[in-house]
Ligand binder design. Sequence first.
Ligand SMILES: O=P(O)(O)OC[C@@H](O)[C@@H](O)c1c[nH]c2ccccc12
Length: 258
Amino acid sequence: MRKSLQQTIENRTLSEKAIIPYIMAGDGGFDRTLTAIKLLQESGATALELGIPFSDPVADGPIIEAAGIRALRSGVNITNTLSFLQANKDAIKIPIIIMTYLNPIFNMGVASFVKQAIAANVKGLIIPDMPIEEKELISAHLENTDLALIQLVSLTSSESRIAQIADQSEGFLYAVTLNGTTGSTATGDEQLQNHLRKVKSLSKIPVLAGFGIHDRHTAEIISQNIDGVIVGSAFVQALHEGNEEFIHTFFKNKVKLF
Ligand SMILES: O=P(O)(O)OC[C@@H](O)[C@@H](O)c1c[nH]c2ccccc12
């Protein structure tokens, strides 16, 4: 089933690339998260990746880890994040993608998690510590829903592995641009461009790149041969510091922040 997240990404203006910011749920309080979501959607974000704070965020670098610690300290978890989304469903116009590790989902119970995510109008899921071989644990609960289970390919995945993962991904395919944690620095060098061209050629669904994309310039270079980018640490940092200028520059506009 082709899920609506894929359609949203394909429907963007042809000349434009999709931009999906990642932010940490409840960093600075849920009021601030709502303000940030409104700002980003008005600025032109295609969708939003919302991270659930977790005590052992293996894929995350220092900026997102610190945001996670702030959120955890103020009591943010998967349940109150979904309640927050459900309560603000009408104000949130862009598709929300939840990024969480497997453990919090299992703690909550997969069926109950899926039910509440759907009630909160969540459109996508990124679960970085779930290998594709185990996706049935979640995907069995997603049949006939509009919740897309997004898969990741890494720089070291073989061609046949990329093809296999692309085939099973929903919404879009997430191409990780570096071997490391979030918040490192990616460059759009020729080797990466070749890799992304290859990923794009092996995928029937849109391809977005993420990890280390820290400014507009890098986003433009990296998205040349694919459909768009995901940008986390740079937005998390800018929002934490109240740095409106960074967001204006990234989206090339002037929507008011706080
Ligand atoms: O922070 P960066 O370098 O811009 O990377 C994207 C990213 O933050 C987001 O997609 C993400 C945050 N935590 C993750 C864990 C795994 C995969 C992806 C993510």
